[in-house]
Design a protein around this ligand. Structure first.
Ligand code: ZN
Length: 383
């Protein structure tokens, strides 16, 4: 069994002004407490308990979490805002008919029940699971959006069946020309078109340049946030599609192990300078995180393989060749393919060594590899 943790972001239903003001005031107080903690020497920080802040009107369970958050190993020097948070023992979920509510005591000794708005059916399912005990409640956090709406962030963890390894894999390549190319087990390669992504990158890079020359740093910050939101959205879309595809084809998802790839993969200067083409610009790490998470929830296996030579090796005979932009042509067996499709197929068919051995001499025409090193090792004991 694997454990899946989800965080539900639920707005409070018709939160009255008094409560909203109280939340805001207490959050500011909480931030002050956190900043007081940060200003203390480390040795004193370790001795802190909720009693150290007994004069603060926020409940001790919340203060305990604030102490944990403030003393956690972060590089934060000062919190601009630290949301109120507490662990699973200090809030309870209730339901009356279709309306869910949570009760918690934000102030010392005062417990209030506040209804929540539940929009999606999946959120409702998890809330029901929390009530019947099939999901475990985690912490709760009170968060105010930039529009001034208050949300309860509730975390819930539940067991999900382990992903089945069907022996079928979808090879996913972070393309040089196309952000994502996925080689399906039965052949066809699916591409996620780059046009939108390139457009986003280029437009924002240009705007950033302009703002930089004008020295408008706040505007740049805002612009970056907006770009980040679009990028995150696109990554959500791609990962959702990919996991759905894997589920439909009864296959797992095989990704490249990207740790340390930036140092090894070289790009031309002209490519790097163009925000639309520069590979490092697209946050593949985020995409991978999303894929892993969604795959876990859907019972889809995820595998990671060594990315070396995946773009240079021939998917048919394993010979190493140079790619020419979009085209991959094998000088050994004559195999032709889209370069990113070829790489995706290599990732899909990865055996534990980067290329299959072909012991018979090529005769020019297309042929299957005669032996695969792993199968050989398993079948015949070493002489
Ligand atoms: Zn070849």
């Amino acid at each position: 069994m694997a454990t899946l943790t989800k965080t539900l972001k639920l707005p409070f239903l018709r939160l009255n002004r008094v409560k909203a003001d109280a939340f805001l005031r207490l959050e500011r107080l909480n931030t002050e407490v956190a900043n007081t903690i940060l200003s203390m020497p480390k040795a004193d920080q370790r001795k802190l308990t909720s009693k150290s802040f007994a004069s603060v009107e926020i409940g001790s369970a919340w203060i305990n979490q604030t102490i944990r958050n403030a003393t956690a190993k972060t590089k934060v020097k000062r919190f601009r805002r630290l949301p109120l948070e507490t662990n699973n023992q200090n809030w309870t979920l209730h339901s009356v008919g279709d309306t869910f509510s949570i009760s918690f005591g934000l102030l010392r000794n005062i417990r209030k029940r506040i209804p929540l708005e539940v929009h999606s059916a999946s959120h409702r399912d998890i809330l029901i699971k929390l009530q019947d005990g099939s999901a475990k409640a985690g912490s709760i956090k009170l968060l105010r959006s930039s529009r001034g709406i208050w949300y309860a962030l509730i975390s819930a963890s539940m067991d999900v069946p382990d992903a089945r390894d069907s022996g079928r894999w979808i090879g996913v390549d972070r393309g040089q020309n196309i952000p994502v190319a996925a080689a399906t087990p039965d052949g066809p390669v699916v591409f996620w078109k780059a046009a939108r992504i390139r457009h986003v990158r280029r437009v924002f890079a240009e705007r950033r340049k302009k703002l930089q020359s004008m020295g408008k740093h706040n505007a740049i910050k805002k612009l970056n946030h907006r770009e980040q939101r679009i990028v995150t959205h696109l990554n959500h879309c791609i990962s959702k599609d990919l996991v759905a595809l894997a589920k439909r084809l009864n296959a797992g998802i095989r990704l490249e192990d990207l740790s340390g790839i930036r140092n090894s993969a070289k790009q031309r200067k002209s490519t790097k300078a163009d925000a639309g083409k520069n590979r490092d610009y697209w946050p593949f790490y985020q995409l991978e995180t999303f894929v892993r998470y969604k795959a876990l929830a859907a019972g889809v296996a995820v595998d990671e393989v060594c990315p070396r030579y995946t773009s240079q090796s021939c998917a048919r005979c394993g010979a190493v060749n140079k790619r020419h932009k979009h085209a991959y042509v094998c000088t050994r067996c004559g195999y032709k393919a889209h370069a990113d499709a070829n790489a995706a197929m290599n990732i899909r068919d990865w055996y534990g060594m980067c290329c299959p051995l072909v012991l018979d001499a090529p005769t020019g025409g297309p042929h299957e590899p005669a032996l695969n090193p792993v199968r050989q090792a398993a079948g015949q004991p070493a002489a």
